[in-house]
Write a protein that binds this ligand. Structure first.
Ligand code: CP
Ligand code: NVA
Length: 312
């Protein structure tokens, strides 16, 4: 049920439940082929451009390796080194790069930048993180949960921390779409984007699942199957770090908070993490944590997205 015709991968709510499940299924197939050493050059000769306006370890390496494993290649473009960083417009950059490349991945600040890019690109555009969304990470998260729990629908996921955050927004969209309940706990003033929350609530009604927002971390974590958190200060918010540290301290994911969850809960974090801030070392390095499987799954989930969008 996947129609990639003219499609970008910018936010999860642009895709139907069936399409997301199709991509997860394809990701499992990609992983299986890679683990068995079976070549799968679906994107032979195709080249992905990757524009980064922010730092990256996982996204950069997993996209580049993914393209190579698919028989193609990738070009890393730091915004500092291309004319975009000197003021060439997003529109002109998108049009020019479309003449050389088969697809574009962008990591940027304002979400409207990637929308402008997509509106002017003639090739598929993939969101490698904006201030508002991190959809490829959440595809890896869903894949990881599926592998460890054997299902997605019917599980309860809780997200503790900064609600007005790219990970929280993409988790909201992804979780309800695959039939999971989601509870978000954040301090007052750090609630998820109201427009996104409203859209997710409508989708939740359709899927017969629940979405809740609370300022109580204990309430959100109650009977959860999955606990997720993220950094308290995202890239671009560095000057607010001290104020955020104070606001988020009661929202640390630690053993006491995790005792509210189900006995077999999973802990996820997109990384990079700050041990002793949003999560304690005993949790992120403990037996419930699947953060390195989650990081690995970026590769497999993105190969499925790349194949779906770039294969003719
Ligand atoms: N999780 C994630 O996107 O990591 P990087 O910032 O290292 O790409
Ligand atoms: N919310 C974090 C995610 C990093 C992968 C950030 O935007 O910095």
């Amino acid at each position: 049920p996947f129609s990639a015709e003219g499609k970008h991968f910018i936010k999860l709510s642009d895709y139907s439940t069936g399409e997301l499940l199709y991509l997860l299924d394809s990701a499992l197939e990609m992983k299986n082929l890679q683990k068995k050493g079976i070549p799968h050059p679906y994107l032979s000769g195709k080249i992905l451009g990757m524009i980064f306006e922010k730092s990256s370890t996982r996204t950069r390496v997993s996209f580049e390796v993914g393209m190579k494993q698919l028989g193609g290649d990738a070009i890393f473009l730091s915004s500092n080194d291309i004319q975009l960083g000197r003021g060439e417009t997003v529109e002109d950059t998108a049009k020019v790069l479309s003449r050389y490349l088969d697809g574009l991945m962008i990591r940027t600040f304002g979400h409207e930048t990637i929308e402008r890019f997509a509106n002017h690109a003639e090739v598929p555009v993939i969101n490698g993180l904006t201030d508002l969304h991190h959809p490829t990470q959440v595809m890896a998260d869903l894949l990881t949960i599926y592998e460890h729990k054997g299902k997605l629908a019917g599980l309860k996921l809780c997200y503790i921390g900064d609600g007005n955050n790219n990970m929280c927004h993409s988790l909201l969209e992804g979780a309800v779409s695959v039939g999971m309940d989601i509870a978000v706990a954040s301090p007052a003033g750090y609630a998820p984007n109201a427009h996104i929350l409203q859209e997710v609530k409508a989708k939740a009604n359709e899927m017969n699942v629940s979405v809740s927002f609370t300022t109580s971390a204990h309430e959100a974590a109650h009977e959860a199957d999955i606990i997720v958190t993220d950094v308290w200060t995202s890239m671009g918010q560095e000057e607010e770090a001290a104020q955020r540290l104070e606001a988020f301290t009661p929202y640390q994911v630690n053993a006491e908070l995790c005792s509210q969850a189900k006995a077999d809960f999973l802990f996820l974090h997109c990384l990079p993490a700050h041990r002793g801030e949003e999560v304690t070392a005993d949790i992120i390095d403990g037996s419930h944590s699947v953060v390195f499987d989650e990081a690995e799954n970026r590769l497999h989930a993105q190969k499925a997205i790349l194949k779906a969008l770039l294969e003719n």
